[in-house]
Design a binder for this molecule. Structure first.
Ligand code: CA
Length: 232
């Protein structure tokens, strides 16, 4: 999961960034609406955390603009404003959730995971592809009930593939969701992560689709049902 945190309070932003990083969540910070505006339409994110009082305008107004331009990411408003009218304005502008400061980081994490899961059409906190299960809250992965041990980066790659399944995911998309924009690797690094995942999962769970990227699917007994261009 990659979060865009739009927050002008530097200490709060850094604290939240660190706390979420400990849970394996990548966070990029924008200190004002204009910067967020640029990042949202040039980078890939899973979810947005938005402060209401920004130095260059109201968060709700920025959000309304982004929604009008077709920005579909889930947005959680994080603000000190507790009034009903502020909440109404936030949701009317297109917010999906609203949390007031002070807050528990764990609660933010639960809400972010639920928002991201929902945005991919998953209601259940366990996402399954065949007998591979991902617990979206704990980040635990099992295959046929047995735990699969993954590095933080492998988990981010697998989690994105599983959220997207059966949609194929391009290398570019994968690298943007898995790495900070300052350290996006070349596609070889993604290939290496994929081959490690294939080794750890066993079987051909991750297809390579020529020109499209990767797709996570339950291995089919009938090779005719598999996508073209599979390389294993
Ligand atoms: Ca603020």
């Amino acid at each position: 999961m990659k979060v865009l945190l739009v927050e002008d309070d530097k200490a709060l932003a850094e604290g939240l960034q660190r706390a979420l990083a400990d849970a394996g969540v990548l966070v990029e910070v924008a200190g004002e609406g204009k910067q967020a505006d640029f990042l949202l339409f040039t980078e890939q994110y899973s979810v947005v955390i938005l402060d209401l009082g920004l130095p260059d305008g109201e968060g709700a107004q920025w959000l309304a603009t982004w929604r009008n331009r077709g920005m579909e990411l889930p947005v959680l408003i994080l603000t000190a404003r507790e009034r009903w009218s502020d909440k109404a304005a936030g949701f009317s502008a297109g917010a999906d959730d609203y949390v007031t400061k002070p807050f528990e980081t764990a609660e933010i994490l639960f809400r972010l995971r639920a928002l991201v899961r929902r945005s991919h059409g998953h209601a259940h906190p366990l996402i399954a592809v065949g007998d591979i299960r991902l617990d979206t809250h704990t980040g635990q992965v099992t295959r046929a009930g047995m735990p699969v041990s993954l590095t933080a980066q492998e988990l981010r790659v697998l989690s994105h593939l599983m959220h997207a399944s059966p949609r194929p995911v391009s290398r570019t998309e994968l690298s943007e969701y898995v790495y900070d924009r300052d350290q996006e690797p070349d596609s070889n690094v993604i290939d290496v992560q994929i081959s490690r995942l294939r080794r750890k999962l066993g079987g051909s769970w991750i297809e390579t689709l020529r020109g499209q990227g990767y797709r996570m699917l339950e291995p089919s007994a009938d090779p005719g049902n598999r996508g073209a261009g599979e390389v294993d």
